[in-house]
Design a binder for this molecule. Structure first.
Ligand code: UT7
Length: 298
């Protein structure tokens, strides 16, 4: 479709394979699949889930929400449902919101999804972005526990960078600059790359201070899988060992909000992540926004 080659893609991004949803398969379908895996692999029931959060920028429709479709398809009779829009930071934002609902005492069990069908919103004439995006979904169950397992959180926004990564089918300007309203993803790759490395490197230190855990005490680092070179740069800058990072970019491509739960699932499936491990997750992307948490895995 475009002038590119495997060598460029692998060396510049680290992507080797990625997955495309079928024509009649949408983000809600991927969420239902992820929830079914969660139930089967962990031998749990989710019937008593009382809230569903879906982080996505590629919903089946703007209305109804993906989360309400998922609530229905999973038969969660007593669950509230909202979608959140924070692009690649959406999953980490979802965890923070779930923690808030639970600590407020209004909810007990929250399903948090990161799910995207980005390939439906990809411009296959733009070689700088069409080689990046893939589809996928992941989810976790956040529930009340005697001792809180979410040890620290950070959130932030640099909205002046909105024009550097956008998907618009309505308003023709962002921050006074003209943008293309073709309902496809547009990205200034170099600008976002630079912002991502600087911002995430800073927020790693903030999370470390807030959790009281020096980086040596973090068992796994899961940054959003946007580009393998970003992950390598973060490890180089912070001194965090690359062997202790989990990524999904190499096998799923950039899946935006799904990338962190997909990397986490990979770590669990490969027997790397164990109960009691401390995991630092940081999402970053369109907005531009970021969010991160340190959790003790249970
Ligand atoms: O997930 C949300 C957050 N997103 C990110 O964090 C993405 C951050 N950005 C990136 O991952 C990288 O900037 C990209 C992968 C998008 C691009 O990589 P890059 O190393 O920044 O490439 P570039 O845009 O600086 O382009 C370098 C060269 C250019 O050619 P010249 O001008 O040097 O002759 C491009 O035209 O590579 C060329 N190029 C390609 N060549 C072959 C760009 N895309 C391709 C391609 N195949 N697909």
């Amino acid at each position: 479709m475009v002038e590119t080659n495997d060598e460029w893609i692998v060396s510049r991004t680290g992507i080797r394979t990625r997955h495309f949803a079928a024509e009649n398969e949408y983000t809600s379908h991927l969420c239902v699949g992820a929830a079914k895996s969660l139930v089967e692999e962990n031998n749990i029931t989710i019937d008593d889930v009382d809230f569903v959060i879906v982080a996505t920028v590629t919903p089946d429709q703007t209305m109804p929400s993906v989360s309400s479709q998922v609530q229905d398809k999973l038969g969660l009779a007593h669950a509230g449902a909202i979608d959140i829009s924070a692009a690649c930071a959406g999953f980490a934002y979802g965890i923070i919101l779930a923690q808030g609902l639970i600590t407020a005492g209004t909810h007990r069990k929250v399903l948090v999804f990161g799910a995207e069908t980005l390939t439906k919103f990809t411009n296959y004439e733009d070689r700088t972005s069409c080689i990046l995006f893939g589809d996928g979904a992941g989810c976790v169950l956040v529930e009340a526990a005697p001792k809180g397992n979410i040890l620290a959180a950070v959130t932030g926004s640099n909205g002046d960078g909105g024009k550097d990564l956008y998907l618009s089918n309505m308003r023709k300007q962002i921050n006074g600059q003209d943008v293309i309203t073709d309902n496809k993803i547009h990205q200034n790759g170099r600008a976002v790359f630079k912002w991502a490395v600087t911002t995430v490197a800073e927020q790693m230190q903030v999370l470390s201070e807030r959790s009281g855990l020096p980086l040596e005490k973090i068992d796994w680092f899961i940054p959003h899988s946007a580009n393998m070179r970003i992950i390598e740069a973060l490890c180089n800058q912070s001194g965090f060992p690359i062997e202790k990072t989990l990524e999904s970019i190499s096998i799923y491509g950039n899946t935006s909000s799904a990338s962190i739960p997909l990397a986490l699932h990979r770590g669990l499936r490969e027997g790397k992540v164990k109960k009691g491990d401390r995991i630092m997750m940081i999402g970053f992307g369109g907005g531009l926004v970021y969010a991160g948490v340190v959790v003790e895995w249970q």
